[in-house]
Design a protein around this ligand. Structure first.
Ligand SMILES: [Zn+2]
Length: 476
């Protein structure tokens, strides 16, 4: 796995620059898939290399390599040194070694059953069973299930005294069906969900229960009415709300995006630096934390990839925007408060601002309270589509499954549900926040950002919530 033998090289590089760090990254990704009661091809990848990071004349520069010999890593160092020299003439900001605080220690995911404790064939058998359990009627025409298993180790050492190791075990899973009757086709899925866990997450009894539900709901949707197009109260369950949090809180609050770093690629942000400490982002019931310290959430860690120690921080408190999602370099550049969130997706990428675990804190309402207090509403589950503008401000989301609420009671299922809004009015219409019993933890390994692109894991836990006066519509 890790070599973690870079101390001698760090000592030899150190006199030639203002600071130097080596980050070694080893990751195994296993993708195990089943379809319609049969195995699909399994895919397994290994990524192993080091990133040499140099600070000289106020400028950071990087060079990654898979040549893990002393001469290979020394060549990478020389290249990074040359880049730092040449780029320092055009630097945006002059950094010093305070941007890489010295920390040491270790971290391991809280996994009970290790990822290599079952063979691929045994895991695939579980997934085949899931596709069989979803086969609940002749209308079901396609069934799929997959598990994506990540085993990641990172070692970091620097010239100013950092030395740490982190080991991650991450299991993501999803499954779903397509059902068809006449010309009507509907999809229903469990919803992508990843956690820092072991194979205990692939519990056969739990998987079966959800597989049967997913199959039955797909068939139910075939004869459901279209979602109405009007303005009404909207209850979102965690399997939809987690993506709302990701897109409408996480991405707009990334400080590098606010500074313009992503402007010509993934867009800018409607947030400006003056909004921190003043903007009423949502209603007083809205409390959002950045928390990489939770044991099983997907993007937990002890140190970010600049070596900053992770802590839990309120991003939004009582609806007011307090701090941004910016790592130490963005904090220094902007003068804004941030969090330990500078992360890289692999050995060949530099760290940048990523949202990690971003969570909506629970409130006091039960789901029954929320339904009972709704005169004219709709409850939507499981994300199906999303769209958000370049400023991360106006959005439109679609869900897989919805039910109407009339006079405090759930009345009927509707298909093709969607809703739209503008971010701060939407979150200011947050009227009820679910209690701990309504909370679920979600995580995705597929958050994309940056040039060159970095696909990284994020976690979001959230209760079910009620929003008032939201524009909903069907058909899309
Ligand atoms: Zn994302």
């Amino acid at each position: 796995m890790l070599l973690a033998n870079w101390k001698t090289l760090i000592d030899s590089f150190s006199p030639q620059c203002d600071w130097v760090g080596i980050r070694e990254y080893h990751e195994i990704t296993d993708m195990i898939v089943a379809r319609n009661g049969k195995p699909d091809p399994t895919n397994s990848d290994v990524s192993h290399g080091v990133m040499v990071e140099v600070l000289k004349n106020g400028q950071f520069a990087y060079c990654g390599t898979v040549n893990l010999t002393n001469s290979g890593v020394t060549a990478a160092f020389q290249k990074a040194l040359k880049l730092a020299d040449s780029c320092s003439e055009h630097k945006l900001h002059s950094f010093d070694a305070k941007a890489r605080p010295a920390n040491s220690g270790s971290y391991s995911s809280a996994a009970k059953q290790s990822i290599d404790s079952l063979s691929f064939a045994e895991i695939q058998k579980k997934l085949i069973d899931v596709t069989d359990h979803m086969n609940v009627g002749e209308e079901v025409i396609d069934r799929w299930a997959y598990a994506r298993l990540l085993t990641t180790s990172i070692y970091f050492i620097s010239s100013n005294g950092s030395e740490w190791t982190q080991n991650f075990s991450i299991v993501s899973k999803d499954f779903g069906v397509t059902a068809k009757q006449g010309n009507e086709v509907q999809n229903r899925s469990f919803g992508l969900n990843g956690l820092q866990t072991g194979l205990e997450d692939l519990d056969d009894a739990v998987l079966k229960e959800h597989a049967v539900r997913v199959g039955k709901q797909a068939i139910e949707l075939l004869s459901a009415e279209e979602c109405p197009s009007d303005t009404r109260d909207l209850i979102l369950t965690p399997d939809q709300l987690y993506l709302q949090i990701h897109e409408s809180i996480g991405h707009p609050l990334e400080i590098d995006r606010i500074l313009g770093d992503e402007r010509n690629y993934a867009g800018w942000s409607f947030i400006s630096p003056e909004d921190f400490g003043t903007l009423q982002y949502g209603s007083e019931l809205m409390n959002v934390t950045f928390d990489p310290t939770l044991p099983t959430e997907m993007a937990s860690y002890r140190f970010d990839d600049t070596g900053v120690k992770a802590t839990r921080e309120f991003i939004i408190k009582d609806g007011k925007l307090l701090r941004g999602l910016g790592g130490i370099e963005s904090q220094i550049r902007s003068g804004l408060d941030g969090v330990a969130c500078a992360r890289s997706a692999d050995w060949n990428r530099p760290p940048m601002d990523r949202m990690a675990n971003l969570n909506l804190e629970p409130g006091t309402s039960s789901l029954l309270d929320m339904i009972a207090s709704t005169e004219k509403g709709i409850i939507m589950e499981s994300n199906r589509s999303w769209s958000i503008d370049d400023y991360r401000n106006k959005f439109q989301f679609g869900s897989e499954y919805a039910r109407l609420i009339e006079d405090g009671k759930i009345t009927k299922t509707v298909k093709n549900p969607n809703y739209r809004g503008v971010i701060t009015p939407f979150w200011n219409n947050l009227k009820m926040v679910g209690n701990k019993e309504t909370m679920e933890v979600y995580g995705s390994p597929y958050c994309g950002k940056g040039e060159p692109n970095q696909i990284i894991r994020v976690g979001h836990s959230t209760p079910t919530c009620l929003f008032t006066d939201i524009e909903v519509f069907g058909g899309a």
